[in-house]
Write a protein that binds this ligand. Structure first.
Ligand code: GA4
Length: 351
């Protein structure tokens, strides 16, 4: 007879495995094969030679540090985190907390402009910075309305343009590597003008002089374990570690920090669209006790009414359809009604 242990304490193990590092400047066919393999085995990989200008990244990061260094009332000018704005410790609607403060933004222009104002209200130099900051990364269409120039010149606007481009490129490489004939089947969803993509700036502060210094305070959960609901996440962090992934319950793999790479991970929607070939893997972030960790995550998402279903090549008699068709709005509603660490995709499994 199995006797249940009251309040079992989940033991945790750390396993040191290096995530695949994929050089995007290598031969296309080879790159797409490596990406597919990484998404099947780890759901996570790093990309180098990714083409996002270090200048655009550095400007975004320094503005993020500037923002989080402000007094709380000023940060609150960005509005509450739900749906988009500044949050501290509380994550989502259902009581999840972490040692993190963050700025959550929709990547459409109106929301980015709101943040630009919160970061650098009335910065008269923004207009001048327009050309040098964006280099070749800003598309002509985003420059059309002169009223938007100051906003478009912001670091956030340039950063989002650049990472969206990179995410689309990676999604197309995935489709090619999976031998799906419609190679924009995934990328088209985040290219849509009303895509629900997000930019999230996370600041994990170090312990301060008056912090509790008991041993347990040195293993602080910055952002608890979860999977990302969207299609694809591109995460860039400063040189401070903290990200861990879990391929097996209770076993954590630390991801070595690398400020010149992007860490890419499969979200729930991509797991569903690949009919389970790619895995949306649980991960978490620990806060470093001594150094601030800053991460900038782009979550590429479909538009609310986009239908999520696998392309025909990925459904075969040997691999029948795993998930029913759903809209992103339906999925998001389910995600927000659950706790951070809850599994969500199971609700959408085909019978
Ligand atoms: C995890 C990924 C993104 O950070 C996020 C998070 C969102 C939030 O912080 O508001 C969620 C979380 C994330 C998944 C489950 C729900 C929603 C908190 C939460 C408890 C912005 C997202 O899209 O989903």
């Amino acid at each position: 007879m199995v006797v249940a242990t009251p309040n079992p304490i989940r033991s945790e193990k750390i396993r040191n495995i290096e995530l695949p590092i994929i050089d995007l400047s290598a031969e296309r066919r080879e790159v797409s094969g490596l990406i597919v393999r990484a998404c099947q085995e780890f759901g996570f990989f790093k990309v180098i030679n990714h083409g996002v200008s270090q200048d655009v990244i550095a400007r975004m990061e320094s503005q993020s540090f500037e923002f989080f260094a402000k007094p709380v009332p000023e940060k609150q000018l960005a509005g509450p985190a739900n749906p988009h704005g500044y949050g501290s410790k509380n994550i989502g609607f259902n009581g999840d907390v972490g040692e993190v403060e963050y700025l959550l933004l929709s990547t459409n222009s109106a929301s980015i402009s709101q943040m630009s104002n919160a970061i650098s209200p009335h910065d008269p130099t923004l207009f001048r910075k327009f050309n040098c900051a964006c280099g070749g990364h800003l598309s002509l269409s985003s420059c059309i309305d002169p009223k938007l120039l100051v906003l478009d010149s912001s670091a956030a606007r340039c950063y989002v343009e650049a990472v969206r481009g990179l995410a689309c490129e990676i999604l197309e490489l995935m489709a090619e590597g999976l031998w799906v004939s419609d190679i924009s089947v995934f990328s088209r969803l985040i290219r849509a003008a009303d895509s629900d993509s997000l930019l999230r700036l996370n600041h994990y502060p170090p312990l301060t002089e008056d912090s509790d210094t008991s041993p347990s305070s040195f293993r602080r959960i910055g952002f608890g374990e979860h999977t990302d609901p969207q299609i694809l996440t591109l995460l860039r962090s400063n040189g401070v570690g903290g990200l861990q992934i879990s391929l097996e319950d209770g076993v954590w793999i630390p991801v070595a920090p690398d400020s010149s790479a992007f860490c890419v991970n499969v979200g729930d929607v991509l797991q569903a669209m690949t009919n389970g070939r790619f895995v949306s893997v649980r991960h978490r972030a620990l806060a470093n006790s001594y150094k601030p960790r800053m991460s900038m995550a782009y979550f590429g998402a479909p538009s609310p009414h986009a239908r999520v279903c696998s392309p025909p090549e990925l459904v075969t008699p040997q691999r029948p359809r795993l998930y029913r068709t759903f809209t992103w709005a339906e999925y998001k509603k389910a995600a927000y009604s659950l706790r951070l660490g809850d599994g969500r995709l199971n609700i959408f499994r085909s019978r």
